[in-house]
Design a protein around this ligand. Sequence first.
Ligand SMILES: [Zn+2]
Length: 293
Amino acid sequence: MPELPEVETVRRGLEPAMESARFIKVDLRRGDLRWPLPKDFAQRLEGKTVTGLGRRAKYLLADLSSGEVLLMHLGMSGSFRVSRETGNKKLGRYHHERAQQGAHDHVIFHMSSGSIVTFNDPRRFGSMKLIARAKLDDEPLLAGLGPEPLGNAFDAATLATACKGKKTSLKAALLDQRIVAGLGNIYACEALYRARLSPKRIAATVATKSGAPNERAERLVEAIKAVLNDAIKAGGSSLRDHKRTDGELGMFQHHFRVYDREGESCGTPRCRGTIKRIVQNGRSTFYCPACQK
Ligand SMILES: [Zn+2]
């Protein structure tokens, strides 16, 4: 499942195609995504301008001139493809591949920028929803989300307060979207490695008894921000279905230091540990038992 850096990469890819552009035509090939799209979905978009394209956790939020917000989620296998209105009719050597892809093209936006934005999702766990901007704070999908990890509101003090007294593992705490929004399995593992903290450590140990941040909280927050920024710079990670909107692959998977590296030597200078895989809350955790304490 795409995590924050992959979704942010998609947002940046969609921005030039969608921001300040009007929906000229919306083709709805299949309205039964994770939940059914409203019957008047196309009507509510056509003629409206995207005044801003933002992101909250793993949700893309397109602000519309109508006062509604188009919320989009990639689910497990969703992707967006941006092509130009003119370049679409060429039949070349990739014709067959393209035709196959078309089977899972569910929603197509024809934008006034001249771009065609196609949402493709073989497994249909992705979703779209139209919400009144004024009611966004009450939206159940967004209401329980913790701070954005790259925002100023997320710092050592916030993390410590959220982890105070928590008996769960630190890894489980990082995956808890109420504590920090948008982190998933890969970047939680990578951040803990960079912070040299064991994923098995009790979450409460990043805070003092009174809930103040200690040095571990400082290190962890710094590591989370660093790994997310590095991953965004690399265009996200390409695992299974994640592609950028131009069809190119993100490259961050080549920079994983622990994720999916079971049995390999630890890359920390002077550490002679071997990366281990354990299962926590049903998910694989990769870490170095020698230098992550
Ligand atoms: Zn190590």
